[in-house]
Design a protein around this ligand. Structure first.
Ligand SMILES: Nc1nc2c(ncn2[C@@H]2O[C@H](COP(=O)(O)OP(=O)(O)OP(=O)(O)O)[C@@H](O)[C@H]2O)c(=O)[nH]1
Length: 316
């Protein structure tokens, strides 16, 4: 070795000894020839380590329960799987996490004579940022699908859920129903109790409807004071019964807002079709029936009928 090479080797050695990353060299028989302090920590090595092999290190770390996380009930099975990957390629990169919460990116590089260099880079900060980013994306996604006032599905989410349910059941012959609910004279409520009073009513009505529905019914706020319910595998008679129950539940509830006790009613349009329909079709028909319900005096349920004879159920 030239003097320069010797000096560089010496400097590299000192850098590696003090590094925050882990370094280790294994011989061709997978025995540990060298490792620095961080690597020792990763595998809980105390004292002499020369000639310990990879499997010994893993069994020791597993027994102690510190150092790198080994999520297994059977360390021998884990070792068999790890050994199948180890030395399978000249260069390999993978992530490991530690029992103390740190993360390392490990690289394994094999020299022609079989010596293996392991480098472990501390990536804890990046992993923390990554999981915060995933959480933020999840939250944003949730916010994009939720109506901020009532906490139920917004229009976009409701339409997506209905469309996915329709494509799931397209080949069935089952019937589906959709209800469209619009609060009656809601403008008067805002005018009388203020916008906050109106908001309190919307929240409570959403709660009342939610409590009255089955868990798998799809429910959303699709406009200002307009709500929609999609009922999978539900025939016209059952849909009318459910709509009637909702109509009565809304009319029966009292909303307490400050000193005020507010009562509200809702009109409901109902339609029932075979599954090979579209959201647009269901919406148009339910909206038509809802218009009929408003025209007929409100606080009632009307089912969509093609032609002039609409099926109607009154409030009582
Ligand atoms: N407080 C509150 N009011 C809203 C919200 N979104 C829409 N509105 C109000 O809801 C009212 C709807 O009024 P209209 O469409 O005239 O209907 P209506 O008074 O309910 O009368 P009918 O539907 O014919 O029975 C409007 O005054 C809107 O400003 C909201 O998020 N909060």
């Amino acid at each position: 070795m030239t003097d320069t090479a010797h000096s560089v080797a010496q400097q590299l050695f000192e850098f590696i000894q003090q590094s925050r990353d882990g370094y280790a060299i294994y011989d061709v028989d997978d025995r540990l020839c060298y490792c620095n302090g961080v690597f020792k920590e990763m595998f809980c090595i105390e004292g002499a380590y020369q000639h310990l092999n990879f499997a010994d290190l893993i069994r020791h770390t597993y027994a102690i329960g510190r150092g790198i996380r080994l999520d297994t009930d059977n360390i021998e099975v884990w070792l068999t799987q790890a050994n199948a990957k180890r030395r399978s390629r000249p260069f390999r990169l993978f992530e490991v996490d530690m029992m103390d919460g740190r993360w390392f990116l490990l690289s394994e590089q094999i020299r022609q004579d079989g010596a293996l260099l392991v480098q472990a880079k501390d990536i804890t900060k990046q992993k923390v940022m990554e999981s915060e980013l995933i959480r933020s994306v999840d939250t944003l996604h949730q916010m994009a699908l939720t109506d901020a006032l009532t906490g139920i599905a917004n229009r976009r989410s409701f339409v997506e859920s209905v469309e996915s349910e329709l494509s799931r059941c397209r080949r069935d012959t089952s019937l589906v129903s959709q209800l469209l609910l619009d609060l009656d004279h809601f403008k008067n409520i805002n005018d009388t109790y203020g916008h906050q009073g109106g908001d309190a009513v919307l929240k409570q009505v959403a709660n009342t409807i939610k409590k009255t529905l089955r868990q798998y019914d799809i429910f959303g706020r699709i406009g200002g004071e307009e709500f929609a319910v999609f009922l999978g595998s539900t025939d016209a008679q059952t849909a009318m019964e459910i709509a009637q129950r909702l109509c009565q539940a809304v009319a029966a509830s009292t909303i307490h807002h400050g000193q005020a006790q507010i009562r509200v009613t809702t009109s409901i349009g109902v339609t029932t079709r075979e599954c090979d329909t579209s959201f647009e079709q269901l919406y148009l028909e339910a909206d038509d029936a809802l218009y009929q319900a408003k025209q007929a005096g409100r606080n009632r349920v009307i089912s969509y009928q093609q032609g002039p004879d609409s099926g109607q159920i009154g409030p009582d």
